[in-house]
Design a protein around this ligand. Sequence first.
Ligand code: KIV
Ligand code: ZN
Length: 571
Amino acid sequence: MNAENPSMNTDNATAKKMPFHKYKPFQPVALKDRTWPDNIIDEAPRWCSVDLRDGNQALIEPMTPNEKQKMWDLLIEVGFQEIEVGFPAASQTDFDFVRKIIEEDRIPEGVTIQVLCQAREELIRRTCEAVSGAKNVIFHLYNSTSTLQRKVVFNMSREEVVKLATDATQVVWDNTRDLVASGTNLTLEYSPESYTATEMDFAVEICAAVMQAWKPTPENKIVLNLPSTVEMATPNIYADQIEYFIRNLPNRDSAVISLHTHNDRGTGVAASELGLMAGAERIEGTLFGNGERTGNLDVITMAMNMFSQGIDPRLYLSDMPKIVAVSEECTKIPIHVRQPYAGELVFTAFSGSHQDAIKKGMQYVEAGGDTDWEVPYLPIDPADVGSSYRETVRVNSQSGKGGVAFILEHHFGVSLPRSLLLEFSPIVQKLTEADGGELKPDMIWKAFVNEYIEVEGPYQLIDYQVHSESDGGETCQAKVQVGDNEVEVYGAGSGPIDAFINAMVETLNEPLNVVEYQEYALNEGAEAQAICILAITDEQGNRYYGVGISQNTTTAAFKSIIASVNRKWQI
Ligand code: KIV
Ligand code: ZN
C-alpha cells in the first residue's frame, strides 16, 4: 500500500477487483468447418430502416407526428426501400402515422412499409387494420425464443413456444387474405427475438415450423430475421450462428435471411458485417445506430464502410450534414464529434505530421497522380459526404507550420514564402499555447493581419500619385503620415514601386533594401484583390516582412513597403 495515498495500491496481488465472477463466458457455436471467414462483402444487402420503430421506441421523447414525417422523408431521400414504420397495435401515434402515409399516398412506388407485431391475435388484427390499403407490406411477427426468457418470463416449454409462433402465423395468414385479395403484396417476416440467446437447434426448429405454417416459396419468400437483441459475444460468434442457421434451415431458398444487431458490446456493425459474410441477405438498422440501450446497427457506418471499399452502398449519403441535422432534430440526440463518417472531427487532423501527409496526398491526387483515392489519414474523400477538404486541417498546439500554411492557403488564398511561414508559425504556436485550445481560421488570419498588414509604427500611407515619364521611367508623389506629421515624398524610378522606394529613401532618409517581393491575385472577378508580400533587410541583414492587400496592385505594394518599414521600427 502507498502510505501517502492509500487508494493507490502498489501491490498488484491485493489490487481492487471488479466483480467479474458474477458473469459467465458466452458458449460459442460448435462450427469447426465454418466457411464465412473466407468470404468477402462485395454487394450491398437489402437495407431496412427501423428508425421509426426500434429507434423511436428507445427515445427519451418519442418522435412527434411531425418528426416522424420528417424522418420518413429523410429515409426515402436516403433511398431505403424497406422501412419499418412502427408498432401500430402498441401505439396510437404509430397507428395514426401508418394510416397517414397510406391515406395521403406518401409511400413512393417500390417502397415497402414494415409493421411490427407481437404474436397475439388481437394485436395482429389491429396491425392488419393499420396497413389496409398499402401496396407493399412486410408483416413483422415476433416472439422471444431465448432460453432465459422461456424460463423466467414465460415459463413455457419449447413446444409451447413453437405453438405460440405457428398459431400466430396462422392468425396473420387468416387476417391478411382480404388485404392480399385487394392487391397488397404481403410478406411475412418472423423474428425469433433474442435469437443469439436461443439454442441454435431450437431457433432453426421454430423458424422451420413458422415456414411450414406460412408456406413460402422461392418466388414468394419469407423473411427470417435473426436478432442479436442483446449483443452478448464477439461478432465472429454471431457469424457462426448465422452460418449454422443457414446450413440447417430446411427450404433455405424460400427464405431471406435478415440480420438485426444491437450494439451492447460496441460491435453491432462488425457483427452485421460478419453475418453478411456468413450468408445473410438483408440488414435492419438505424441512422447512426439510434436504438435501445447502446443502439442498433448503425446503417450509415456499415454502408459507408462498403462505399470506402469501392462497393455501391445503394444508399445515398452524400448530404451527410442534412442527415445529421434531421436525425438530431427528430431524435434529440446529438451526433458525436467522432461518429464515423459524420462527426465534426472525423476528417480533421490537428497533428502536424498528419496535416503534412494529408497536404501531400491531396497534392498528389489533385495533380492526377492516381485515379484512386489515396490520401493518408483520410479513408474517404470528405467531399463525398458533403464535407470539404478545407475542414480537414485545424490548428491547435499540436499542429505545426503545415497546418498554418494550409489554413492561410485554403481559407484565405494566401500562400506564404517559406521563410515567412517559419517566422509566422511560432507566433501561432504561442497563441495556441496561451489559449490551450483550437485557433480557428479567422483567429489565425487576425494574427496574420495584426503582425504583417495593419502594423503599428511611425509611417502610414495617406495618398499617392504615379506618373509615367517620357523616358520610360515613373515618378511617384505620395503623402505619408510620419508620427504626427504629414510629409510629401517624391521619387523617380524604373517603375512605381522603385519610385516609391526612392521617395521614401531620399525624403525620409530611411534605408530600404528590398530582398523579396511577390504579388498575386487573392481572388477572381471585379472585386479581385491583390496581395503583395515583401521583405526588406537592415544593415545587419535582419529581414522584415510586410504585407499589403488592395484591389489596386500598386497600392498593395506601397502598403507592404510601409508595413515592412513599420515592422523594422517595431522590432
Ligand atoms: O432487437 C430485437 O430483437 C427486435 C425485434 C423486435 C426484432 O427489435
Ligand atoms: Zn431491436
